[in-house]
Write a protein that binds this ligand. Structure first.
Ligand code: GLN
Length: 189
């Protein structure tokens, strides 16, 4: 059975565990480098990217994570997770895993009160729109070579993308009961 690690330093990790379990895969919480052993994929949840980044560094997770992702480990970053996986952010921090060639703008839509929900067309998930929850979300403002945009807002802003083994969404697919993004991620494994 596939085992998916869920980075559990801060943020919405419990919700990812619950979706993955409902899809029938085993999960394990990752807080320490040795907890990366034996996982077939990793989810980096939403939360506060600066906090998660600082804790990743404090727990010596940055180098092993970079190595595993460069070696092909499938990884799914949502919201703050996307920020941590991006090569560039508009608010430079020292915590990037540099795993996907995109530039993201943190808190792009404004503050907490500007959080919103919308229906997105996501062709790789089929015809039914995906109900997406954006919470102090980033957006993607530059897409590098080899990165495929999977979803855009009505004005064309990219909010979900994939590059080889890395999947990112600016929104929170673990909060709505629609498990298609997680199922898509499991197919990458
Ligand atoms: N605003 C957060 C950040 O910049 C991300 C919010 C989220 O993950 N929902 O890290």
């Amino acid at each position: 059975m596939k085992k998916i690690g869920v980075l559990a330093l801060q943020g919405a990790f419990v919700e990812h565990v619950s979706v993955l379990n409902r899809l029938g895969v085993e999960t394990s919480l990752v807080r320490l480098p040795q907890e990366l052993d034996g996982i077939d994929g990793l989810v980096i949840p939403g939360g506060e990217s600066t906090t998660i980044g600082k804790l990743m560094r404090a727990y010596s997770l940055v180098s092993p994570l970079k190595e595993l992702i460069a070696g092909g480990l499938p990884v799914f970053g949502t919201c703050a997770g996307m920020i941590l996986l991006a090569k560039q952010t508009t608010d430079p921090n020292d915590y990037s895993l540099g795993a996907v060639d995109i530039r993201v703008r943190r808190n792009a839509f404004g503050r907490q009160v500007d959080s919103f929900e919308t229906e997105l067309s996501v062709p790789v998930l089929g015809d039914t729109p995906f109900h997406a929850v954006f919470i102090r979300a980033p957006w993607i403002e530059k897409i590098g070579d080899g990165v495929k945009v999977l979803a855009q807002l009505h004005d064309g802003t990219p909010v979900a993308a994939r590059s080889k083994n890395v999947l990112v969404t600016a929104f929170h697919p673990e909060l709505t009961g629609d498990m298609r993004f997680h199922a898509y991620f499991l197919k990458m494994i």
